[in-house]
Design a protein. Structure first.
Length: 366
């Protein structure tokens, strides 16, 4: 089998897998095979696949390396390697949004690296005549993810004033992020007003309003809107299904159930336990990790600490609630501290430790 066919076969095999380590390995092997045979075109295709798999499978550093290689090939030979060709999964300008979105969600990627990426993205968009609206939206996202509360109001205003074009996200996604920004600013009434088209089923896409329901569940509950929170808690499990993309919604659901429906919390926790330590970016998994710690403590209080929590990592046996709690607590605190070190403040750690003890207030993302 030629290098091109072998690499493409590995690309296709990986594309059929769930996001995570196995899919990343398949697409990394496709890159290795292409490079071994010095097949640059196959290497370009393999890295495009790897960018998607690594970025959405919890390894944005690996995605960055592959993405930088693709940009370098384009810069050296733009006629041979297109920056804008194909759909979302091959258009590097569109994929740049994935890269920047998830860098702020990983504590191993520094603020300075994020600034460099945003600057380069801005230059490439401007050079080709595209609006900077997606770039400003990602700057807003980064401010929310790093709990830079003071930057959010200006960032959301700057984003919304710019024109939409073919590189903008769909309207439902934009509405969801605008609502999330108001939650980050701790303004629940304005967040609900912004999200009205989603709650009234006037807008939707592949991920929205499932993501929206997850964002609102805990703020609504703590505000005393128990009927609406209960309605969302009933809808969320069916909307999540087995899709790891909704790990944050799964986390908010587990936390909500711990506080409002203990027996259901102990049924929900094992359903999502395998998502907590792998598969998505650390920030997206953090909410579920908090939920599983609290569910494990609840199980112990209910005399069910020996019951199975689930398999935390693919190579491990089933762990019980009692066995999982100290490990998850340690991993959660360590992750929060890593975010604080990257962010340059203690806001993530303070929020996470308060939530672990059930004394925090829920906004977004924490």
């Amino acid at each position: 089998m030629g290098a091109e066919n072998e690499a493409d076969q590995l690309i296709d095999e990986g594309a059929g897998m769930a996001y995570g380590a196995d899919r990343i390995r398949a697409h990394s092997e496709a890159v290795r095979v292409a490079d071994l045979h010095q097949d640059v075109e196959a290497g370009f295709r393999a890295r495009q696949a790897l960018i998607q798999s690594a970025n959405m499978g919890g390894d944005p550093n690996l995605a960055l390396v592959a993405f930088a290689w693709c940009l370098g090939q384009h810069d050296a030979n733009p006629d041979r390697f297109s920056l804008e060709g194909g759909g979302h999964f091959t258009n590097l300008l569109w994929m740049y949004k994935w890269i920047v979105e998830r860098t702020s969600e990983h504590p191993g990627i520094s603020r300075s690296k994020l600034v460099d990426l945003v600057d380069d993205m801005s230059q490439r968009y401007k050079h080709r005549g595209f609006s900077l609206r997606p770039v400003r939206k990602l700057e807003l996202w980064s401010s929310m993810n790093m709990l830079d509360h003071e930057k959010v109001p200006g960032a959301v205003a700057e984003w919304l004033r710019l024109r939409r074009d073919s590189l903008s996200d769909c309207m439902a996604c934009d509405v969801d992020w605008e609502a999330a920004a108001h939650l980050a600013m701790r303004d629940l009434p304005l967040a609900r007003q912004a999200a009205a088209p989603l709650f009234e089923n006037r807008m939707r896409c592949a991920e929205v309003p499932t993501l929206t329901y997850g964002r609102f569940l805990l703020p609504l509950s703590q505000a005393g809107d128990h009927a609406e929170a209960e309605r969302l808690a009933h809808l969320i499990p069916r909307r999540i299904g087995t899709n790891r993309d909704f790990v944050q919604a799964a986390g908010t659901l587990v936390v909500y159930l711990v506080e409002h429906n203990p027996r259901e919390a102990l049924r929900a926790a094992p359903r999502y336990s395998a998502w907590a330590l792998t598969g998505e970016t650390p920030l997206r998994r953090l909410l579920l990790m908090i939920g599983l710690v609290r569910a494990s403590r609840l199980a112990r209080e209910m005399g069910k600490g020996g019951d199975p929590l689930g398999i935390l990592l693919p190579s491990e046996p089933v762990t019980s609630f009692d066995e999982g709690e100290p490990r998850l607590y340690r991993e959660t605190c360590n992750l929060a501290d890593a975010f604080d070190k990257r962010n340059g403040h203690s806001r993530v750690g303070d929020a996470v430790r308060a939530h672990l003890e059930g004394t925090g207030t829920w906004w977004w993302p924490l």
